[in-house]
Design a binder for this molecule. Structure first.
Ligand code: 13P
Ligand code: ZN
Length: 270
């Protein structure tokens, strides 16, 4: 058996959560990441027949039956993942229609996956219906996006348009925009279902007064998606209290659509 700590997916996961911590997005145990893996990715690194524990999930996700996920643990600090990946991460396989997760590696202190597992799994299921190549769901607490939810209209079109106007690249990176949920109790199936529903029409979902969810085909892309939205929010928080003299016009946004071959969310540009 090869050392799982040398597996490309493991190396990338550890680098990504460390980078998220270094960006200040994941104070204490804030944030969680799940990476869907194919059987061929994990082959040779674990024995798929050796189930260490079975952890009930509290929800069903039939479309994810038999899928493998590398996921961060609940209460674990991203800061510590690089020093003790086997304690802070776990590799699970969903069974029984998603009602149970078989632990195949990790969570060696008896821990379990993130309390936001419902939001992650339901969002994976939703994104896979839109893009079969989706592999990552990422949640974190970036300060400027969070700050924006205290002072900006939470209307999705208004929120998206403001972010698009803050940096030229925003509309190119997230032409599908940003969906927004009102404050809801985290860690519940209800917020999971609401997040997944929002994930059908955009890869970014803001949790007001809490943080953001991003979805993507790999860890780098998903990190970059959140990084770009957070940069837009940072510019907004720098200028929101100042007289606005210039902006990016809708006509210029249309030029960006043409130049980069992207299509802005229907009805969001005039
Ligand atoms: P976990 O420690 O359970 O992953 O929770 C962190 C978090 O960000 C909750 O929304
Ligand atoms: Zn959170």
């Amino acid at each position: 058996m090869k050392d799982i700590l040398t597996a490309p997916f493991m190396v990338e996961m550890i680098r990504t959560v460390t980078n998220m911590y270094n960006h200040g997005w994941d104070e204490r145990n804030g944030g969680n990441v799940s990476l869907m893996l194919d059987e061929k990715d994990v082959a040779g690194y674990i024995d798929p027949e050796n189930v260490l524990r079975v952890i009930p999930t509290g929800f069903s996700a039939p479309s994810l039956e038999g899928r493998y996920f590398l996921v961060t643990g609940t209460g674990k600090y991203f800061k510590n993942v690089q020093y003790a990946p086997d304690v802070n991460l776990g590799l699970v396989r969903l069974t029984d229609g998603g009602a149970n997760a078989q632990l195949l590696w990790g969570f060696t202190d008896g821990g379990r996956f993130t309390s936001e597992f419902p939001a992650h799994m339901m969002s994976h299921a939703a994104r896979l219906t839109v893009n079969p190549d989706n592999r990552v769901i990422m949640h974190c607490h970036p300060a400027n996006l969070l700050a924006m939810t205290y002072v900006h209209d939470l209307n999705e079109k208004a929120f998206t348009r403001t972010l698009w106007q803050m940096c030229t690249e925003c509309i190119v990176v997230f032409p599908d925009g940003v969906n927004v949920l009102p404050w809801m109790l985290c860690g519940t199936n209800e917020i999971g279902e609401a997040t997944a529903e929002k994930m059908l029409s955009a890869r970014l979902v803001v949790w007001s007064q809490h943080g953001i969810y991003g979805a993507g085909t790999d860890l780098d892309e998903t990190f970059g998606l959140i990084e770009t939205a957070e940069k837009g929010a940072e510019i907004y928080m720098k200028i929101a209290h100042l007289p606005l003299v210039n902006t990016i016009t809708d006509e210029q946004m249309h030029q960006l659509e043409k130049r980069f071959g992207v299509t802005a969310r229907e009805g969001y540009l005039s």
